[in-house]
Ligand binder design. Structure first.
Ligand SMILES: Nc1ccn([C@@H]2O[C@H](COP(=O)(O)OP(=O)(O)OP(=O)(O)O)[C@@H](O)[C@H]2O)c(=O)n1
Ligand SMILES: C[C@](O)(CO)[C@H](O)COP(=O)(O)O
Length: 222
């Protein structure tokens, strides 16, 4: 599930007439960077939710093997958007991925799949140790204990990529809600897990992130 519906307000003028997933980094739209990772992992089917300037995204994605979940007339936030897309995704755990980041290192979906333990986990969030983030000023979102259980607090930064079981979505009464609502239910049961990514990650949610992401991608291997 590629999240692509947001207004991208932090991008300012850059998203006045273009949705954030179509902003280019190193000559390619952000959504293509995300799609490359999903395709390389073999994730299928791929679904993208659309709300802000949906026609531009639909045109860009035409001919690709992607199903579109049109969030109209209301935008649903990430949790509501995932639930609305479930008929297109099928049953079982889902990768969800924000489309405003660039990665350097091993395929992050491969990393998550290798660590996924469905008997214990309702969700497994990929996080970035703060020293490995680029263009991100937060103090971190989750602490990760020795078993991999996550608790909220300063620590690693949520990357926008997870594996999640969709079952608990059906217990939330609102139509529009954040994934944070779902995670809080999992946290209360000790079934929210997280893992640190071994590479680097650049947040491209704001204009400065574009040049930073291009530098990250262009940096020589050490
Ligand atoms: N109602 C929403 C909000 C966000 N997203 C998606 O979730 C990811 C993270 O969104 P975020 O940066 O929090 O919000 P944006 O609307 O994209 O940006 P901004 O915060 O600058 O408004 C993005 O891939 C965005 O398209 C979404 O699908 N639906
Ligand atoms: C939690 C989240 O998916 C992290 O990327 C995102 O910030 C939630 O956005 P929402 O607009 O609160 O659904």
């Amino acid at each position: 599930m590629l999240f692509a519906a947001g207004f991208g307000t932090r991008m300012g003028a850059l998203t006045a007439s273009r949705p954030k997933p179509l902003i280019e980094v190193a000559g390619r739209p952000l959504i293509d960077h995300a799609l490359d990772l999903a395709t390389a992992h073999g994730a299928a089917p791929v679904v993208a939710n659309l709300h802000y300037l949906p026609d531009q995204l639909a045109q860009h994605l035409a001919g690709r093997n992607i199903r579109l979940s049109l969030e109209m007339p209301e935008i649903l936030e990430t949790g509501g958007g995932l639930r609305a897309a479930l008929p297109l995704l099928g049953t079982g755990p889902v990768f969800t991925m924000n489309t405003d980041a660039v990665w350097r290192g091993p395929n992050p979906l491969d990393q998550l799949a290798g660590l996924w333990r469905p008997a214990e986990m309702d969700a497994l969030l990929l996080c970035i140790p703060r020293a490995q983030t680029v263009g991100h000023s937060g103090t971190g979102d989750f602490q990760i204990d020795a078993d991999g259980r996550a608790t909220r607090g300063p620590g690693s930064v949520y990357s926008g990529l997870q594996i999640v079981k969709p079952d608990l979505l059906h217990t939330i009464p609102e139509r529009a809600f954040s994934l944070n609502r779902l995670w809080d239910l999992m946290l209360s049961e000790g079934r929210l897990f997280a893992a640190d990514y071994p590479g680097q990650w650049c947040d491209v949610g704001h204009p400065e992130g574009i040049a930073l992401a291009e530098s990250l991608l262009a940096a020589p291997d050490v």
